[in-house]
Write a protein that binds this ligand. Structure first.
Ligand code: AHM
Ligand code: MG
Length: 348
């Protein structure tokens, strides 16, 4: 067997790196100037740098709390600060984006001197309470096109507050048993696994489709007593025994949105972070967490709602606003919506 036969035996050598994939896909966008492609590559590079730091987090003195709190009043861990800085550095260096908004920053950041046409929102290190226990964490990003031609801070501030249905790209990086980058530009969802030996993300999960129905539910069950009646009834329903509908479902909850959504995307089922007596608007942030995840899940054939409205159609009012979030397999999400509607009807 010669070298070419060997390559053919291994699947024709069809190894596609993230960079190659992005360049090939650029043709899908008429009049594309390559800026979005460069932006995605910048994010890919920042993800590799963050990944390097995440992997040695237990070795170097980077763990522990900085003693500061972010604008939501939560403790900021050192790795959060590092991830935030690296992403902002990568995004502002590229010049493709004019504004960056980060879950870790109170206000939006104007990239000095940039004429770029994109706005990027980031949750630099999602699931940070899991860092010290070596549990999966992630990075989330969401990209919009700027709308106004004006350069005033007010105009740009308005431009950031677009509904999720105007996203041009969204994705996440999951730092798990392997590191993966999953993203969409509105033409399906593709996943890339980092090969640490060559430092490249390789296409490992092309055209991801979420199963139409799953067998797993994911929710912080500890807050059961704080939920509305319809939600409580739905969760109790999932725990009942019924062979024909595959119940009881299994419960899985990491407490890192990226990890819980990633599993839901691949295995199917449902993820819920509902409103509660404790958090009347839910906990998760519309702009940094709900919108990008909803875009990905819908692009994979799933469904995402706040219980009543499609997440992507919510008109944002403020940068850091929160929303209840329910997403996953279409049949499962439709089912919880029915429980919520039914409970509302009987309460009238
Ligand atoms: P973070 O961005 O500060 O890490 O918080 C968001 C996280 C999500 O990743 C996760 O879904 C949720 O908070 C878990 O919250 P809880 O501990 O209340 O279940
Ligand atoms: Mg988060």
């Amino acid at each position: 067997m010669n070298a070419l036969d060997h390559v053919a035996l291994q699947g024709g050598g069809k190894v596609i790196t993230l960079e190659q994939f992005i360049i090939e896909r650029q043709a899908e966008f008429p009049y594309a100037t390559g800026e979005l492609s460069r932006l995605l590559r910048d994010i890919g590079l920042a993800a590799k740098i963050i990944n390097r730091e995440v992997n040695k987090a237990g070795l170097v003195d980077i763990l522990g709390i900085t003693g500061e709190q972010n604008i939501h009043g939560e403790d900021v861990r050192k790795l959060d600060v590092f991830a935030n800085r690296e992403l902002i550095r990568a995004l502002s260096r590229g010049g493709e984006c004019c504004v960056i908004a980060s879950e870790e920053e109170k206000d939006i950041l104007f990239v000095p001197g940039s004429t770029g046409k994109y706005i990027v929102l980031i949750d630099p290190l999602d699931g940070s309470s899991n860092i010290d226990a070596n549990v999966t964490i992630g990075t989330i990003f969401s990209v919009y096109r700027r709308r106004s031609q004006e350069d005033s801070p007010e105009a740009l501030r308005r431009d950031v507050l677009q509904p999720g249905n105007r996203q041009v790209a969204a994705g996440y990086v999951v730092y798990g048993s392997s590191t993966m980058l999953v993203y969409t530009t509105g033409h399906g969802v593709n996943g890339f696994t980092l090969d640490p030996s060559i430092g490249e993300f390789l296409l490992s999960h092309p055209s991801i489709q979420i199963p139409k129905r799953g067998k797993i539910y994911s929710i912080n069950q500890g807050y059961f007593r704080f939920w509305e009646a319809g939600m409580q009834r739905y969760i109790e329903y999932l725990q009942e025994e019924d062979k024909s509908t595959g119940r009881p479902y299994s419960l899985r909850y990491v407490g890192t949105l990226v990890a819980d959504v990633h599993r839901t995307l691949l295995y199917g089922g449902i993820f819920l972070y509902p409103a509660s007596r404790k958090d009347p608007r839910g906990k998760l942030r519309l702009m940094y967490e709900a919108n990008p995840m909803a875009f990905i899940i819908e692009q994979a054939g799933g469904r995402a709602t706040d219980g009543r409205r499609r997440i992507l159609d919510i008109e944002p009012e403020s940068l850091h606003e929160r929303t209840p979030l329910i997403l996953g397999s279409e049949a499962d999400v439709l089912e919880v919506e029915r429980f919520l509607q039914e409970a509302e009807r009987t309460a009238l």
